[in-house]
Structures are given as structure tokens and as C-alpha cells.
Design a protein around this ligand. Structure first.
Ligand SMILES: [Zn+2]
Length: 181
């Protein structure tokens, strides 16, 4: 189950909140006992890419928790003020240093348990120069047979990579939507 009751104190005045159903609502919210502010909690978007260079795809080895030391596609939380596409490009550059051109949106995966939606674009690398940021131990290109499937950090990344290699064999890349339990 999604972990509820994450907010402890009012973001506006600092008073401890209580979780209850406001009069005009139908689910529990964090309601401030002081100023009455209602804090809404909604899913977060995680945006990223499948960067490809010819037959190879780019993976990043995580230098941060969770899943330190495991491999991931470049991805991270979307920021306010940017589009999904801009966030995917930004995360790719921050984590790997790769310059990419986005192709189509490729996967949209609900991870209801943690309150997230993961969105991955296919992307074409413009060159092979890499410059991993502090969140990444190393970034490197993998042929399909080299992918470390047992050391992939997240199920959404594994699902996206599986779809990618399957689609590549068929030569077209429809959008895949799915739910991760
Ligand atoms: Zn308050």
C-alpha cells in the first residue's frame, strides 16, 4: 500500500497536522490544526530517456540511494516549470552528460504503490561524449547481450528496456502503458 501520512507539520505555519476527511472531500488529507490549511498529496512524475547510439543503449550506475551501485536509465523527478520532454532531456544530461535528441514517448508506467508515474522517451545520442554527474558512478553504452539484467535498479527501467529491445526487433516503437505492482 501507498505509505500515507507523510506530512507531519503544516507547510504554512508549522503546526502539527492531523489526517482527516475535510467536509467537502472524500479522502483523508493532512489538515493543519492551527491555520486550517489542507495539504494535498499527489503522484510525482519521474521522467527519463532510453538513449541509443546505434545498437547500444546508455545506462548509468547509481552513486546514490536507493539502489546504490545498480544500473538505471537516466531519469529523475520532473521539476516545476518544465515539460515532461524538457525534464527527460535535463535528467539525461545531468546523470550522464549525454546530449540527446528526443524521439517518441515510449513508456508510461504507473507505480501506484509509491505514488509515481514513470515516463520514458526514446532518444538518439548526438555523439558519444559522456560526463556523468555526482549521482552517477559511471555511464556506459551496452549492447543488448551485455545488459546487466540482474543489476537493474528499478522495475520500470527493466520493463522499458525489455520493450525497447523487443520493439527494435520489430522495427517500430508504439507507446507502452502499464502498471507496476
Ligand atoms: Zn497551518
Amino acid at each position: 500500500m501507498l505509505q500515507a501520512r507523510r506530512i507531519k507539520h503544516c507547510r504554512r505555519c508549522g503546526t502539527p497536522v492531523e489526517y482527516r476527511i475535510p467536509g467537502d472531500d472524500n479522502r483523508e488529507r493532512a489538515v493543519c490544526g492551527g491555520c486550517g490549511e489542507v495539504h494535498y498529496e499527489n503522484p510525482l512524475n519521474v521522467v527519463g530517456t532510453v538513449p541509443a547510439w546505434g545498437e547500444q543503449v546508455l545506462l548509468c550506475r547509481r552513486n546514490i540511494e536507493p539502489r546504490f551501485g545498480l544500473w538505471t536509465l537516466p531519469a529523475g523527478f520532473m521539476e516545476l516549470g518544465e515539460t515532461v520532454a524538457a525534464g527527460a532531456v535535463r535528467e539525461t544530461e545531468e546523470e550522464s552528460g549525454a546530449k540527446v535528441e528526443l524521439l517518441g514517448l515510449f513508456t508510461m508506467l504507473n507505480v501506484v504503490r509509491v505514488g509515481q508515474v514513470h515516463l520514458f522517451y526514446r532518444a538518439r545520442m548526438l555523439d558519444t561524449s559522456l560526463d556523468p554527474g555526482p549521482e552517477t558512478i559511471e555511464a556506459r553504452l551496452f549492447h543488448e547481450h551485455e545488459v546487466p539484467w540482474d543489476e537493474i535498479a528499478f522495475r520500470t527501467v527493466r520493463v522499458t528496456l525489455r520493450h525497447y529491445f523487443d520493439c527494435r526487433r520489430g522495427g517500430h516503437f508504439p507507446l507502452h502503458c502499464g502498471d507496476i505492482e
